[in-house]
Design a protein around this ligand. Structure first.
Ligand SMILES: CCCCCCCC/C=C\CCCCCCCC(=O)SCCNC(=O)CCNC(=O)[C@H](O)C(C)(C)COP(=O)(O)OP(=O)(O)OC[C@H]1O[C@@H](n2cnc3c(N)ncnc32)[C@H](O)[C@@H]1OP(=O)(O)O
Ligand SMILES: Cc1cc2nc3c(=O)[nH]c(=O)nc-3n(C[C@H](O)[C@H](O)[C@H](O)COP(=O)(O)OP(=O)(O)OC[C@H]3O[C@@H](n4cnc5c(N)ncnc54)[C@H](O)[C@@H]3O)c2cc1C
Length: 673
């Protein structure tokens, strides 16, 4: 039998090989759980191997040494080469394969086609009529044109109903007049809008006969297809450097009474007829589909960012030796410290949990997308509630996990050689884009308050909120029943979420009955409401994790996932335990039990730690991290990496003659006086 950990190679650092030899499970079989099938896991590795054979697809130098212009150019260069090889490398209809190819070749800092693939094509698929698809979608899919999704403005992102860009219907010419009347009405932020794209779906407030119909989507050609010069009445550019994600040209756009044909409004579900008659869509929020598309996929992208940082941190922690546990023995791997384990392992469990919750979310999304094709909209509210909560909780917890991974690497974590700071910068954009986290938690809260009201009125609620009308125990059964089952934990999470949802509901009701207007009462309860949304979402994540473990057949994989789930449930419960202590659902003795289970879990995970992260099968090429190298040879490569610094091109920099020498000379002169 071969090694269970598939990353073992001759010549690797012995400290990391030692870790891999301890694996109790086959890492490639575990990859099948993470990527949802063995075939998908195989395909990732096949794609990586094929890419490695194409020299022009390799990074010209480590990305942190490139300027912003060079980053933009490098991403575009690779996109060009990729286009030549695309059909040989991936199944272009498989989003996961495309995403993987992007991660390996280009990485997370963006590329000219990022928004084209993530939003422009999806919005055309969902919102364009067949005729419009013929005109734009098929050209977009062949990359004859490049587009983006331009919704956010300088003055408004969250509150779509106040977008200032107007699309006024002119019946006489059967055109819409698109206009940016103020500075704040400029589109500001859309990815790739600045320099790369020549088309955009622009979201503007529709006005017919002076009546405001709210945000609608319009196809706008921004640039000449041959010269790439902006078309008349269009001003477009880059918004400048950002915290990270700087290979992408997030842009601005000013439209000056630009006229577009009536048929440029995306009209699959909603219509404006020639005479200006407005025909409503089957559901008012159908046009928000591109946002829901990204939100539904964000759990998996966040899981990926988190797993990348943890792969780097855990591998490094297995070769980094510092200090002693037993003074008579050699210095230990820092991974031996309980604090290091506590800092990293719960986040490994979260990365798995997000991936499993993500798979369930994408399944629901695919169903709703199919339903919407035929005008069926019943599940849209459920999906919106679920994705709103998950995008907020998952991005926030990912932020915490990546930062812990960085700190766990000590000083070298702060160097771009770890690459964790770039991953952090890219990932935390997710707390803001696709709906600012607080705003989206409050969207879920609306759904939860409706469910709570129904329960109070004696109705039975089902599905995602079914637990609100299920029987509850006054006291948690954790450590109170002979059999150790996850159900007792999940029931405790349910209790906590239920209590908080009703606490927020009662507070809101009390304010409403005291005569406060709904929006004011809502604002005064909003912290409690976001708490309810978080607890509900964290319950869902724990349930999704437990459902996956339950379904796994392979004994060793199940056992390894079971260990992670056990850690997850104890760690997460400790994190929210105050809610259960408050009403005596948990007692001090149970808290001690949960804490000791957590510490026991850390010990159980320890031998498999490197294998849990190896199972994500992230190649060196996609990790772009010296600390996270698969072979563990960090130190000599840190030294090599630093040679790329342009400061090292000469022994003496011009600043010496210009500034430092005069400074020291004059200081010396002064001290002689
Ligand atoms: C293989 C694929 C891979 C994909 C990979 C993806 C990741 C790649 C990673 C890295 C690349 C980087 C990519 C970056 C991309 C970023 C792009 C952007 O950021 S695009 C801009 C986003 N902008 C927002 O999200 C604004 C947030 N605001 C809103 O969405 C709305 O304003 C909202 C939801 C807050 C309120 O909507 P209202 O203004 O129309 O509000 P009212 O009229 O009061 O309606 C509320 C009712 O509508 C329902 N509702 C709202 N949205 C719904 C929806 N989508 N579906 C169903 N119902 C909805 C609500 O549940 C509520 O219902 P009730 O009244 O309670 O019954
Ligand atoms: C990396 C990145 C990429 C992006 N890409 C795109 C893109 O491709 N296309 C595009 O159109 N846009 C894009 N955006 C814009 C993004 O979608 C918006 O910035 C986002 O939706 C937040 O809106 P805002 O900037 O108006 O925040 P604001 O709403 O101004 O948020 C400021 C604060 O106000 C609070 N707040 C606002 N409203 C409420 C409320 N009702 N209740 C309680 N608190 C509230 C928020 O919680 C936050 O704390 C991108 C942004 C980033 C960072």
């Amino acid at each position: 039998m071969g090694n269970l950990n598939k990353e073992i190679r001759d010549g690797d650092h012995p400290d990391i090989t030692e870790e891999r030899l301890k694996s109790t499970f086959d890492t490639h079989k575990m990859a099948a759980q993470i990527y949802n099938s063995q075939r998908a896991a195989d395909r990732r590795n096949e794609i990586t191997s094929a890419v490695l054979k194409i020299p022009e697809l390799q990074d010209i130098k480590p990305l942190p040494f490139l300027s912003r212009e060079e980053k933009v150019e490098e991403a575009a260069r690779k996109i060009g080469i990729l286009s030549e090889h695309l059909y040989d490398l991936v199944n272009v209809n498989d989003g996961a394969e495309l995403y993987h190819l992007n991660n390996v070749v280009i990485g997370g800092e963006g590329n000219p086609l990022a928004l084209h693939g993530v939003m422009f094509i999806p919005v055309l698929q969902a919102q364009a009529t067949d005729e419009q698809k013929k005109k734009w979608l098929y050209r977009a899919m062949k990359r004859e044109i490049i587009g983006t999704y331009a919704q956010t403005e300088m003055g408004h992102g969250s509150n779509l109903r106040k977008l200032e860009t107007t699309a006024t219907y002119d019946k006489a010419t059967e055109e819409f007049v698109l206009n940016s009347p103020t500075t704040t009405s400029m589109k500001w932020w859309p990815g790739n809008l600045g320099k790369s794209t020549n088309y955009a779906v622009v979201v503007a407030t529709l006005i017919i006969n002076e009546k405001d119909y709210g945000p609608h989507s319009f196809m706008v050609q921004l640039r000449d297809e041959n010269t790439h010069k902006p078309l008349p009445n269009i001003e477009v550019g880059d918004i400048g450097p950002k915290m990270a994600y700087n290979a992408t040209d997030n842009g601005f756009l000013k439209l000056n009474h630009l006229r577009i044909p009536r048929t440029n409004m995306l009209m699959k579900h909603v219509k404006v007829e020639k005479d200006g008659t407005y025909i409503k869509p089957p559901h008012a929020k159908m046009s928000y589909s591109a946002m829901v598309h990204v939100r539904a996929h964000m759990n998996n992208t966040m899981a990926y960012f988190l797993a990348s940082s943890l792969t780097i941190a855990v591998r490094y922690s297995s070769i980094r030796r510092q200090g002693h546990i037993n003074p008579k023995e050699p210095e230990v791997k820092v991974l031996e410290y309980q604090t290091q384990q506590h800092r990293l392992f719960p986040h490994i469990a979260r990365a798995y949990a997000f991936s499993f919750a993500g798979a369930e979310t994408v399944r629901l999304y695919e169903k709703v997308k199919k339903d919407m094709e035929s005008g069926e909209t019943e599940l849209m509210a459920d999906l919106h509630a679920l994705t709103s909560g998950l995008k907020s909780v998952v991005t926030y917890l990912t932020m915490q996990g990546i930062e812990q991974a960085r700190q766990s690497c000590g000083g070298h974590g702060y160097s771009m050689a770890s690459y964790i700071s770039e991953i952090y910068g890219i990932a935390i954009g997710g707390c803001t884009y696709e709906g600012e986290n607080m705003v989206m938690l409050l969207q879920l809260a609306r759904y939860l308050m409706k469910a709570a009201k129904a329960v109070k009125e004696g109705k039975k609620v089902e599905g995602l909120v079914g637990y609100l009308s299920a029987p509850d125990n006054r006291h948690s059964l954790i450590d109170r029943t002979p059999e150790k089952s996850y159900d007792t934990y999940l029931k405790t999470f349910e209790h906590i979420a239920r209590q908080q949802i009703f606490r927020a509901f009662d507070k809101l009701e009390k304010m409403l009955t005291s005569g406060l207007p709904h929006s004011e009462a809502w604002n005064k309860c909003s912290v409690e409401l976001t708490r309810a949304s978080r607890l509900h979402t964290r319950l869902f994540i724990a349930q999704a994790f437990a459902r996956r473990v339950h379904d796994v057949v392979d004994f060793h994989i199940k056992e390894a996932l079971d260990d992670l789930l056990h850690l997850h449930l104890n760690y997460e419960l400790l994190d929210v335990a105050s809610y259960a202590l408050e009403d005596g659902h948990l007692c001090g003795e149970q808290m001690n039990f949960i804490r000791s289970e957590l510490y026991r879990s850390l010990g159980k995970i320890r031998p498999n730690a490197v294998s849990y992260v190896d199972a994500w099968e992230l190649s060196d090429m996609e990790l772009r991290s010296v600390l996270g190298r698969r072979d563990g040879h960090v130190y000599e490569n840190l030294y090599k990496w630093a040679q790329n610094s342009s400061l090292n091109r000469t022994d003496v920099l011009p600043v010496f003659e210009k500034y430092l020498k005069p400074l020291m000379m004059s200081a010396r002169k002064n001290s002689k006086l």
